[in-house]
Ligand binder design. Structure first.
Ligand SMILES: C[S@@+](CC[C@H](N)C(=O)[O-])C[C@H]1O[C@@H](n2cnc3c(N)ncnc32)[C@H](O)[C@@H]1O
Length: 281
């Protein structure tokens, strides 16, 4: 970009500032920010400078370095990318539906490990209700994310109705209340569905995860793209013993696990199973 087209920045954001941000978020969350993300980082953090009344990145980063707990959380939340959708990568939900049909009458636990604003875990819960014929089945969806803002939104379960476009009319009626009056245009997840999902904060980079029960399926979708290969491998290695021997791991469409074939093998369409599982499908 030449000078005429470079947007003028309100704050000086030096290469050193960018490198410092990059190191902090990599060390904390495993998120590897490329050079191409510099503008994005500037605009997201410039909002934090305004919110905290800081006049320079140096002052702001000093606050972060000092370990100010509230601002640290806001800093981390600002640097995550939370794009998601209901029934994103629809083929996964067809596979999940058929898989759950083979597991009737036993407790089922599914983990959505980067749940963002809740569309993924609610899509899992809706699939379970439809597959198992009602809300009575013992299904629990664990839903975690690093970002505390998205977890709040997910637990509220309120979305603009346009977000429900991939749901049929009958799914919208069965699982959502439509707002009226000043809530016109919004939809809220019904309590029966909401109560199937348990939200909590979990950093995939943390050494200890607060998940104890064996899992029937793990959704780890569209988050590994932010991690480098050694970090991805370390996370997959920790997930492996949590997944039941006949469980399934769902990853995003661009997250093929070529570097972890000793842990998981492809079953089809970015769905994986234990590498040493006998028999296959
Ligand atoms: C692009 S969204 C993907 C949401 C959903 N899984 C999907 O596929 O639609 C990525 C999510 O990963 C979360 N995330 C990033 N780093 C994380 C980490 N170290 N631990 C847990 N979640 C993380 C972000 O906060 C964000 O909500």
């Amino acid at each position: 970009m030449n000078e005429a087209t470079t947007p003028r920045r309100e704050f000086v954001f030096s290469r050193k500032d960018f490198e410092e941000v990059r190191k902090m978020i990599y060390d904390h969350a495993g998120i590897a920010l490329s050079d191409a993300k510099e503008d994005m980082v500037y605009s997201r953090l410039a909002r934090r400078l305004r919110a905290t009344g800081k006049r320079s990145f140096q002052d702001y980063l000093a606050l972060i370095r000092a370990g100010h707990a509230e601002e640290w959380e806001a800093f981390v939340n600002s640097l995550t990318t939370n794009l998601t959708d209901f029934f994103r990568e629809m083929h996964h939900f067809h596979i999940l539906r058929d898989f759950l049909k083979t597991r009737r009458d036993r407790p089922i636990t599914i983990w959505s490990s980067a749940s963002s604003t809740g569309e993924e875990p609610y899509s899992i819960a809706m699939t379970a209700v439809e597959s198992l014929g009602g809300f009575h089945a013992p299904v629990e969806v664990l839903a975690s994310d690093l970002d505390t803002n998205v977890l709040k939104k997910a637990a509220d379960g309120v979305y603009p109705v346009e977000r429900l476009k991939k749901l049929s009319e009958s799914q919208q009626r069965q699982f959502f209340f439509k707002g009226t009056g000043d809530r016109e245009g919004m939809a809220k997840v019904k309590p029966e569905l909401q109560s199937m999902v348990k939200y909590f904060r979990l950093n995939l980079l943390d050494s200890a995860w607060s998940i104890r029960q064996p899992l029937d399926a793990i959704f780890c979708r569209n988050v590994m793209i932010y991690f480098d290969k050694p970090t991805q491998y370390a996370i997959l290695k920790k997930m492996k013993p949590l997944l039941k021997p006949d469980g399934l791991l769902f990853v995003g469409h661009s997250e093929a696990l070529y570097h972890a074939t000793d842990l998981f093998r492809l079953r089809g369409q970015t769905v994986y199973e234990h590498a040493e599982r006998k028999g296959g499908k």
